[in-house]
Design a protein around this ligand. Structure first.
Ligand code: ADP
Ligand code: 5GP
Length: 216
């Protein structure tokens, strides 16, 4: 399959972008992620492992790899995670092997992980990681979106609202912070970030050879 990263006409071999999207639950991150994946064929997605129960409409292997605590611990001890964290009393982790396979196949990789994951990933993979934080326009609007989504009980919505206040305080651990007011313009901003980050000089590993060729 033709691939932007492997078939550059000038011999550049860009390193893949590890593209992290985080937000307080309900701010609109999944909506943006789904559209990015639809519009960007060279973008793969990291499917996390989690110990939380599956929600209606979710599919094992597509939304998450649903595992029990014992399996999660075994994976963690075997060093199978790039990062992992406790979120809402459950454990979530990013399996390493699929990420490296996607990068080797010339894809960029999208991560829907929280600030703890963004921090750990950045420590491990530094310059290849781009961290984008999506904010709701207001806490009232966040509650409206959580309620309108119709996937959670009032108790769960209240817990998400409590957690949102803490999550928002981690805004400064991100490279980009975007307010998701209008869905279309927010998507365009996120898409522009991905496209611009792909073009960064530091990611074009074949550049020296190309410049030498110009000056022969
Ligand atoms: P998250 O993945 O951050 O939890 P979702 O993408 O599931 O959030 O969005 C939460 C709800 O808000 C969904 O019902 C979605 O359709 C809606 N939504 C997303 N973006 C916007 C927006 N910019 N304006 C209004 N509603 C939105
Ligand atoms: P949910 O249970 O609503 O799908 O996700 C809850 C939170 O866990 C979200 O903020 C999501 O980004 C985060 N999350 C999902 N997978 C991972 C992961 O592998 N690692 C980390 N650190 N956070 C994750």
């Amino acid at each position: 399959m033709p691939n932007r990263l492997l078939e550059d006409p000038h011999g550049f071999k860009p390193r893949g972008v590890l593209f992290v999207l985080s937000s307080p639950s309900g701010a609109g991150k999944s909506t943006i992620a789904k559209r990015l994946l639809r519009e960007e064929p060279d973008l793969g997605v990291s499917v996390s492992a989690t110990t939380r129960p599956m929600r209606p409409g979710e599919e094992d292997g597509r939304d998450y790899r649903f595992v029990d605590l014992e399996t999660f611990r075994r994976m963690r001890e075997a060093g199978e995670f790039l990062e992992w964290a406790h979120v809402f009393n459950h454990r979530y982790g990013t399996p390493k092997a699929p990420v490296d396979e996607m990068l080797a196949a010339g894809q960029d990789v999208l991560f829907d992980i929280d600030w703890q994951g963004a921090q750990q990933l950045y420590q491990l993979r530094g310059g290849d990681v781009v961290r984008v934080f999506i904010l709701p326009p207001s806490m009232e609007e966040l509650r409206r979106r959580l309620t309108g989504r119709n996937t959670d009980t009032l108790e769960v919505i209240n817990a998400r609202m409590d957690r949102a206040e803490r999550e928002v305080s981690h805004w400064d651990g991100y490279d980009y912070v975007i307010v998701n007011d209008d869905a279309e313009s927010c998507f365009e901003k996120v898409h522009t970030i991905l496209k611009a980050e792909r073009l960064k000089r530091s990611r074009q590993t074949g550049l020296i050879g190309f410049i030498r060729g110009l000056n022969k």
